[in-house]
Ligand binder design. Structure first.
Ligand code: GLU
Length: 413
């Protein structure tokens, strides 16, 4: 069985939404084409003095509903195809949760872990300078993604600001608080995954208190999702990272302290060591894939025992995996809904930067909850009305809002 490229998968999902919405062929042409692609060479002087070249990208898939928005990924496997696919997903995600944004994604094909902090800074600054002409608070607003964090955002903000001649905090989101970041942004994607999990369990009539959860990935999304689901009364029974997983461990904070030393979960001594595959197949109420793409495929999907899968990562499920879960009656809360908490709080950060007025932590949390609840209500209603999957419904809502905006704006000239 062949696994399609991320772009082929994203286009197939779009095609299906366009057909269900009965949109015209002209609209398909409009929606299936990325608007602006920039490919750059990023030279890096390593600490040793050697100069290496890396491939960098920034894709602005859509700017129809507002400036484009999306993360910057530092990962060795990143290429143009994947970046376009992820930028496309950002477009439907922003529309689904009703943010006044288009969609974008960027990245550099580099293993961030192989860089010293100074190398990382030089690479980030040079990448920023290469994409500088097309980003800006009114144009395209980058944010953290796999392999980048608030440090990278601080360097990006500084590089942009130095070139502008004044401080421009609104050019990126996910910044440190002192530079105009928002309270609650660090945990936002995980918080949103937990809200999605809570809503999915309610939908299935499963008690939240004591519901069991397995999480694949223990990074920015997985860790905070673990903290948030436990604060709601659920029990995280297993987590994993690239090295493997651990079951029946002491506590999330103990695991956090272990990985904070630079160690991987495979060297954690308390609890039972399991493989990533074993984690996916545990007998739990909820499975949260919060690592990279394609975790749930034609092989792993047939053995999943969870009642609900909440997609913390972007595109963690292949089309074959999706089909198998559909046939097996597993409820899947799709990425563009489940992990939208990150970009929602990014939006709050951008609004705060524009107004130079900063919110309290409770205000951020309450607004995140209510925005996600609204999106959940919209998707749930369409699932019931059209008898489609949650992924189909979420896509249909996102895509129809972008299509509507295109229609109203008309075609220039
Ligand atoms: N990288 C995150 C995502 O995939 C956040 C993007 C943002 O905040 O702009 O949704």
């Amino acid at each position: 069985m062949t696994t399609e490229s991320p772009l082929a998968t994203a286009r197939a999902q779009l095609r299906s939404a366009v057909e269900k919405l009965e949109l015209s062929e002209s609209m398909w042409n409009t929606l299936s084409t990325p608007r602006r692609i920039l490919e750059v060479a990023v030279p890096l002087r390593r600490d040793s003095g050697v100069v290496e070249m890396y491939h960098g990208y920034r894709v602005q898939y859509s700017t129809t509903r507002g400036p484009s928005k999306g993360g910057v990924r530092f990962h060795p496997d990143i290429d143009l195809d994947e970046t376009v696919a992820l930028a496309m997903l950002m477009t439907w995600k922003c529309a689904l949760v009703n943010l006044p944004y288009g969609g974008a994604k960027g990245g550099v094909a580099v293993d961030a872990k192989s860089l010293s902090s100074r190398e990382n800074e030089r690479l980030t600054r040079r990448y920023t300078s290469e994409i500088l002409p097309i980003i800006g608070p009114e144009r395209d607003i980058p944010a953290p993604d796999v392999g980048t964090d608030e440090k990278n955002m601080a360097w990006m903000m500084d590089t942009y600001s130095v070139n502008a001649g004044f401080s421009v905090p609104g050019v990126v989101t996910g910044k440190p608080i002192v530079l105009g970041g928002s309270l609650g942004r660090t945990s936002a994607t995980g918080d949103g995954v937990a809200i999605s999990t809570r809503e999915a369990l309610k939908d299935l009539g499963i008690k939240i208190e004591g519901a069991t959860v397995a999480i694949q990935g223990f990074g920015k999304v997985g860790y905070w999702a673990a903290v948030a689901v436990e604060s709601m009364g659920m029990k995280v029974v297993a987590v994993s990272d690239v090295s493997g997983g651990v079951k029946d461990f002491g506590s999330i904070e103990e695991l956090r302290a272990h990985v904070a030393t630079g160690a991987t979960l495979s060297t954690y001594k308390k609890g039972e060591q399991i493989t990533n595959d074993q984690l996916l197949h545990l007998e739990v109420d909820v499975l949260i894939p919060a690592a990279l793409a394609d975790a749930i495929n034609h092989q792993s999907a047939s053995q999943i025992k969870a009642k609900v899968v909440v997609e913390g990562a972007n595109a963690p499920t292949t089309p074959e995996g999706d089909q198998i879960m559909k046939e097996r009656g597993i409820l899947v809360i799709p990425d563009i809904l489940a992990n939208s908490g990150g970009v929602i709080v990014s939006y709050f950060e951008w609004v705060q930067d524009k107004q130079n007025y900063f919110w309290g932590a409770d205000e951020v949390k309450e607004n995140l909850d209510s925005m996600m609840m609204r999106a959940f209500a919209d998707v749930r209603a369409l699932v019931r009305e059209r008898k489609v999957s949650w992924r189909d419904a979420a896509m249909m809502i996102g895509v129809s809002r972008v299509a509507e905006a295109h229609k109203l704006r008309g075609l220039y000239p």
